[in-house]
Design a protein around this ligand. Structure first.
Ligand SMILES: [Zn+2]
Length: 291
């Protein structure tokens, strides 16, 4: 299929009590692992790239690669730029064919967050690209962006309706107690806050910092109306672990018999299995053709 927008892929999620997984990829192999999981589970998937991973792979190569992978399968795939603060880069991604971008102006004051987000939404509209924005601030590390726990702030439900209405966004990232990266202690999610937010807006909601969130909490969030769950950090570990498990054996082979694919094939498979488990938990298994 052709790439679909975030708006399309999230349609019907809240009413039907499932969330679409947004999985970070770093290279072609983990991207393919994520898509393999989607095909296996017949689930829609969001392929998510950070600004750093975009630099590593190259902007045009990223789009060509994911577009090609999506066209080879029969499940909805969305290409999403995660946590972008560079507005020129966001616009370039929109022009070049991304079907979704996240503008992260959450560190700015409320009014500025509205103004900047609105500007990107208007730009994206011309190209048929979806936009996600964030209210509140998650702690932890997202690639090179570090937010100290002391400055992390939960989303104030009362800020939500005006933000959604004035900006015209397609999805809203909310801070309800999760953090980026691995957790030092088990996260405590603020479900009351989530409930208030779902009552105040129909805009699809996004949970960031999925790695390390207990399965029961994921399920509860989805039942309460979470539409998109971001998951990244653990995928990197799964990939590295799978390569490391076979690296010494491959390195010990005669030079003529060594093959990078012997390192990458198991990694791709390990990512697919891990992502497939998350898809089951998010409830999107079998939802590829429901929208
Ligand atoms: Zn995030």
């Amino acid at each position: 299929m052709s790439l679909v927008t975030l708006k399309e892929i999230l349609a019907g999620t809240r009413e039907n009590h499932y969330a679409v997984g947004a999985f970070n990829f770093s290279c072609p192999e983990d991207a393919e692992g994520i898509i393999m999981a989607g095909v296996e589970k017949q689930a829609p998937v969001i392929l998510m790239v950070s600004m750093n991973a975009l630099k590593y792979n190259g902007l045009k190569a990223t789009i060509g690669m994911i577009k090609g992978m999506a066209e080879a399968v029969d499940i909805p795939v969305c290409l999403h730029l995660d946590h972008a603060t560079d507005y020129d880069l966001i616009k370039e991604c929109i022009r070049e064919g991304f079907t979704s971008v996240m503008i992260d102006a959450s560190k700015k004051p409320y009014e500025e967050n509205i103004a900047d987000t609105k500007m990107i939404v208007e730009y994206a509209k011309e190209y048929g690209c979806s936009v996600e924005a964030e209210l509140g601030m998650l702690g932890g590390r997202e690639e090179n962006v570090v937010v100290e726990d002391s400055s992390a702030a939960m989303t104030n439900p009362e800020d939500v309706p005006r933000f959604v209405e004035e900006t015209g966004i397609d999805a809203l990232a909310v801070a309800i107690g999760t953090a980026h990266g691995f957790y030092k202690a088990e996260p405590k999610l603020d479900f009351e806050r989530l409930e208030k937010i779902t009552k105040l807006t129909d805009c699809p909601l996004v949970l960031h910092g999925g790695t390390g969130v207990p399965e029961a909490d994921f399920r509860r969030c989805v039942q309460m109306g979470m539409s998109k769950i971001n998951y990244g950090t653990a995928i990197k570990s799964v990939f590295v672990g799978a390569v490391a498990a076979v690296a010494a054996e491959e390195a010990a082979k005669e030079p003529g018999k060594q093959d990078p694919r012997n390192l990458l094939r198991p990694a791709k498979k390990a990512v697919a299995e891990h992502v497939g488990e998350k898809i089951d938990i998010y409830g999107s298994t079998g939802k590829a053709n429901k929208n």
